[in-house]
Design a protein around this ligand. Structure first.
Ligand SMILES: NC(=O)c1ccc[n+]([C@@H]2O[C@H](COP(=O)([O-])OP(=O)(O)OC[C@H]3O[C@@H](n4cnc5c(N)ncnc54)[C@H](OP(=O)(O)O)[C@@H]3O)[C@@H](O)[C@H]2O)c1
Length: 284
């Protein structure tokens, strides 16, 4: 089995949730603003992480805040939104905002406008649906494309005027786009589109000094495969690890660390690139 974040043998399942662009507002509870220490790469920076309530997005949002940044996160699941709101500093913005709903884009832009703009944008929210080609329906195609492709496209279209000169954008793709795993054609298509979009955006936004790069995770230990029965998920993850030269799944923090490098000034001469975070899986 050579898929990363979705298995090649499982029945088609969907990770999804409901919700439209409902503004929950600035975090009302939680610790006071993090104190930016030495090496605080995000001091004075405003960064939006879509899909920032779980997994690598959540890990990145917490670290950006710890490094002095003001963070906005989106997600769909109320419990996840509440949990991350309690973890983030008071000045953070937590939005229930469905990347699959075009009507939610205006609320996202309004929240960013209230922050005064963005210095960093991590387009990370996505869903997975897997299964044989014969099981793909028009509805399934539309669901996946709506969240994973139309979502970031419309979000960036609306947020582009609000990006500060020299801002940095990271788009989360997946090694699925390259693997040719049997059951992932629909998911892989959305992630291939993400890679293509990011390259075009890098070219378009370069005159404003804005960098755009793609994060290409391999298997990362998050809740992304929560839609699978435990036994199927464990069998899949064991099979994937066998294909990873480092012999293990990555951690959410490890994936977030690479995204944060790209979002930070440490990557000031990096644009249009793809950064694999896969324990060496794609080197072959
Ligand atoms: N984990 C892997 O092995 C792996 C490998 C390759 C690529 N990726 C990619 O990595 C990214 C992050 O995934 P993860 O592994 O960190 O999984 P995760 O823990 O499940 O996090 C996914 C995040 O996306 C949010 N989200 C999902 N659908 C959304 C929608 N329609 N609108 C707004 N937010 C939505 C979720 O919000 P709620 O939780 O609030 O619903 C959550 O914050 C995704 O783009 C995924 O395709 C993951």
């Amino acid at each position: 089995m050579r898929s990363d974040d979705v298995p090649s043998t499982s029945r088609r399942r969907l990770v999804q949730g409901g919700g439209v662009g409902l503004l929950l507002g600035a975090a009302a509870a939680g610790p006071s603003a993090a104190v930016a220490g030495p090496g605080a790469r995000f001091a004075g920076k405003r960064v939006l992480v879509t899909g920032g309530t779980s997994g690598m997005g959540r890990a990145g949002a917490l670290r950006i805040a710890a490094e002095g940044g003001r963070v906005a996160v989106t997600g769909r699941t109320r419990a996840h939104l509440d949990a991350v709101r309690a973890e983030l500093p008071d000045a953070s913005v937590v939005l229930r905002n469905d990347a699959g709903d075009p009507a939610a884009v205006a609320a996202l832009a309004e929240a960013v406008r209230a922050m005064g703009g963005l210095d960093g944008l991590w387009l990370n929210a996505a869903v997975a649906e897997v299964g044989p080609l014969e099981a793909v329906t028009a509805e399934a195609f539309d669901r996946m494309m709506a969240v994973n492709v139309r979502g970031p496209m419309l979000q960036l279209a609306a947020l582009s005027p609000l990006l500060a000169p020299g801002a940095s954008i990271v788009v989360t793709a997946s090694s699925s786009a390259y693997e040719g795993a049997a059951s992932t054609s629909l998911y892989a298509a959305t992630k291939g589109a993400a890679i293509a979009m990011a390259r075009s955006w890098a070219r378009q936004l370069a005159p404003r000094g804005i960098r755009v790069n793609t994060l290409v995770p391999g298997p990362v230990d998050t809740a992304f495969r929560r839609f699978l029965p435990d036994a199927t998920r464990q069998a899949f993850e064991s099979g994937v690890v066998a294909d990873v030269p480092l012999g293990r799944m990555g951690g959410a923090d490890e994936a977030a660390a690479v995204a944060l490098f790209l979002l930070s000034e440490d990557a000031s001469y990096v644009s249009g690139s793809q950064y694999a975070v896969d324990g060496g899986m794609m080197m072959r």
